[in-house]
Design a protein around this ligand. Structure first.
Ligand SMILES: [Mg+2]
Length: 186
């Protein structure tokens, strides 16, 4: 099947296990009886955010993030349908080293031919599908792409998220997701 349709794929929480690796590293720095906070908890104290920043600033941290199966399932499905897969990832504003390591991660885990956009505003980037675990990014991107489809690999932060042009993939409903992806081609 020949198509010029583009499927954009997020990295952290989609193709790369940011959350899993971050929780593991935070655990190592946690004191006895210390309160545990959720990773994306805006109300967590300042020191918690500072720990995250220190962990992320380590050389090689982004490059060595493990692959996330749920995202690679979706990538294979998109490729099988004939979509051109491209990477669309946030460049962390305060961690410039991550921008380069994210590119290296893609070369190592996906291949050197994949096209990559590292950006501070995903909503501006053209595509037919965006696969991204963040409800915030999916919503913003769908606003700018009237015919676009959003696909969310299941993460705690997108539990219960609903949008008429989005579908959540929890590892068990690949056929339903494939159907929605295919409808973008028709
Ligand atoms: Mg993400």
């Amino acid at each position: 099947m020949k198509t010029h349709r583009i499927a954009l794929f997020d990295m952290d929480g989609t193709l790369a296990d940011y959350d899993g690796r971050m929780r593991r590293d935070l655990k190592r720095l946690q004191g006895l009886n210390e309160t545990e906070y959720a990773l994306h908890d805006n109300k967590a104290p300042k020191y918690f955010g500072a720990r995250l920043d220190l962990i992320k600033a380590q050389t090689g941290w982004w490059l060595n993030l493990p692959k996330l199966k749920i995202g690679f399932d979706l990538m294979r499905a998109a490729q099988e349908l004939g979509f051109h897969v491209q990477i669309l990832t946030m460049g962390p504003h305060d961690t410039p080293s991550a921008w380069s390591e994210k590119v290296q991660w893609c070369h190592k885990n996906i291949g050197r031919s994949v096209k990559i956009t590292v950006t501070e505003d995903k909503s501006l980037v053209y595509g037919s599908i965006l696969v991204d675990d963040s409800p915030k990014f999916i919503s913003a991107w769908l606003t700018h792409h009237a015919d676009g489809l959003g696909v969310l690999p299941a993460q705690p932060a997108n539990d219960g998220f609903q949008h008429p042009r989005a579908i959540r993939y929890d590892g068990s409903n690949l056929e339903a997701v494939r159907k929605r992806m295919k409808s973008v081609l028709d």
